[in-house]
Design a protein around this ligand. Sequence first.
Ligand SMILES: Cc1ncc(COP(=O)(O)O)c(C=O)c1O
Length: 485
Amino acid sequence: MSDVLGATGLVLNEPLLWEKGQPGRRGFSLPARDVEVSPLGESLACRGPDFPDLSEVDVVRHFTRLSTWNFGVDTGTYPLGSCTMKYNPKINDKQAALPGFSAAHPLLPQELSQGLLRLMFELEHLLAEITGMDAVSLQPAAGAQGELTGMLLIHAYHKSRGRKPSKILVPDTAHGTNPASAALCGYRPVPVASNEQGILSVESVAKAMDDDTAGLMITNPNTLGLFEENLKGIVDLVHARGGLVYGDGANMNAVLGIMDVGCTGLDVLHLNLHKTFSTPHGGGGPGAGPVCVKKHLEPFLPVPRVLEKESKVVLSDNFPQSIGKLHAFYGNVGILIRAYSYIRTMGAANLKRASQLAVLNANYIKERLKTTFHLPFDRPCMHECVFTDKNQEAAKVMTLDIAKRLMDYGFHPPTIYFPLVVHGAIMIEPTETESKDDLDRLIHALQAIAEEAKSNPDLLHQAPTKCKRRRLDEVAAARKPVLAG
Ligand SMILES: Cc1ncc(COP(=O)(O)O)c(C=O)c1O
């Protein structure tokens, strides 16, 4: 009986809609019929699935309750940072929902899509201006697809010069998608070790670079949250040996208005709109990973290109050297509208300020926690800082335990065990939107967890203890996911 009445005060179990439905319930009411019944023809008779009968309130409560079981960036402090997505101002969703945008069909004649095409044209130019590059394609659907596009562009460039190099250099700090994208394009990714400061040195690249190398992929700031200080020397070296340099610009949210990528000599760069320009991305998309290039790669960009002709915006396929299409139609346009809205509502000065605040917040956390958790690279960081579980090793408490316990304190766990070059990595990216109060709450929670690791390590081994689900067998959860309850 106490189960039925919910003796804890909060009933956290929710049946499936099929279990909840009762014959005869309705979520709508229609006026009484005032015409004769006219049976549908055989071909029109409804033979769909047997949907449950539910009232409006049944449905609203069901989905509202399910939504409270999740922790997202709208729920509270989210130290996973922009990796999934940073906080998205709601005005951007509102703009994307304007009927002129949301109801536009991709097959609409171009003369009837001038508003949307103009937005895409302007967004390309805004991204070119922000990065200091010459031309942009908005087509790739995610960062990883942007990387693949970049690899295809580099391949097309070498091919146009009669070259067929087979390797791409990739730093050991790179996101896993970097070597995967290179391999997908037929290149052999060759790892290059970063130095004791956590960045690439000109010397290590020089050692790996040879005539069979198509180029280098470099992430700046890198995934340790560190600025690649030798970037210019590295780019010059790769160019001198006939290679091109791909910039993984996923972390541009640390350097907006501060670093002119074009001046560093990078040939191609992708942006992750979810990380830098506040668009949704969770669960792998749909997202957008625009690619920005210097002049010499422009002829190879995907088609259709968005061009301006006689004050009209038009789509053109007339680029004979293009690598072709990367996405149906023009990419995930709803995401592009949000990014455009973010850039226009922020303006240049506030984009720069967002990067400055993201860097300030990460450095604040780093300084406040570096005596509690081991900090492998004790130097100024950019938008994220990386600790490890080394100080908790003696108590047999690991990174996973710390991350799970953070959920008991009401925080989303940070990125863990990445980047791979740091054993037991705990990567914290606060982003620019967190207030000092919220950062302090996170810092206090992590300090309390470090104390618990000493006094009651079992508490951490069992965490989370206050969530709807206790700790999962992660292998079983991945191999045999139970998606229904
Ligand atoms: C540094 C870096 N490169 C590449 C990617 C891949 O981007 P996406 O998840 O959009 O494919 C990410 C993910 O956010 C990233 O952090």
